[in-house]
Write a protein that binds this ligand. Sequence first.
Ligand code: AHR
Length: 345
Amino acid sequence: MAQRKNFMGALVTAAVLISLVTGCGAKATETTATPKAPETSKSTEAPPAKPASDKVVVGFSQIGAESGWRGAETQSIQDTAKADSTIELKFSDAQQKQENQIKAIRSFIAQKVDVIAMAPVVETGWEAVLKEAKDAKIPVILVDRGIDKKNEDLYTSFIGSDFILEGQNAAKAMAEHLGDKGNIIELEGTVGASAAIDRKKGFDDEMKNHPNIKIVKSQSGDFTRATGKQVMEAILKSPEGKDIQGVYAHNDDMALGAIQAIEEAGKKPGSDIKIVSVDGIKEAFEAIKAGKLNTVVECNPLLGPQLFQAAKDLKAGKQLPKWIKSNEEVFSGQKAIDALPNRKY
Ligand code: AHR
């Protein structure tokens, strides 16, 4: 009886401790993806003390669900974790808010995860929370987007694309479609995001070689289709929008929104106005096939396998390269049409 009382007491204490730890987590949705262990016995004996987890526990703070690309990245990360019994993923969706990402990271620190992974919504404002992770000796992997250079010592590795190169490739494609002259509109990504800053920089750098192409208006569409469409509608009605030959969108979703706006304004996207975008989601390839989009610069969202390999390597004490770079291609015309059936996202 005394033994049973002790056991019940231990259960209550454990429940209180668990609720305290999880209670300080972020308000944004947080889920854990580990398959439940099958029940093997109905014994009332207290289970043997659990050894320190031999799984690699990864807390991932995702930005949100703003684009088709983002959905593909989330799926890659969740599917990879689900298929690997040596991984436990704690997933948190920040709904595009940096404050939610900071809360999630603090929650991962409190839960003593092995590795913190994050896709930072913007480049700045991470110093304090990443110092906390460093003090707790939890390595941080940046996935997809970067943070400002002065804080490079606060993360272990960055897995993702060369956004500057993507911008340069987009500019080269635009110059080719326009025969090296014309007025263009730039639809930028989320203000302050590395993907937006660097795609703009790469594009502007390359445009110095094409002085007869003029960016007449550059505005953020926040990486979403709805805002991309709204911004494009407003520009088409403005004086700058009366004489444009090209649109450079920092992602496919904004390009697809702009295509709708251009069609509704009675013009032909893909011919009257050339469109170049970045990402490479299936819908963008379909738009190329339909003649409405001219070039897609690929940006790979399928980062799950690389992320968890990196997390395992870190737990095994291995050194990681500072940048694990994605290899990407540029797709236009027939090359895009041929690639469509095999697109994975
Ligand atoms: O950081 C990558 C960018 O973020 C993708 O290009 C875009 O679609 C996403 O929202």
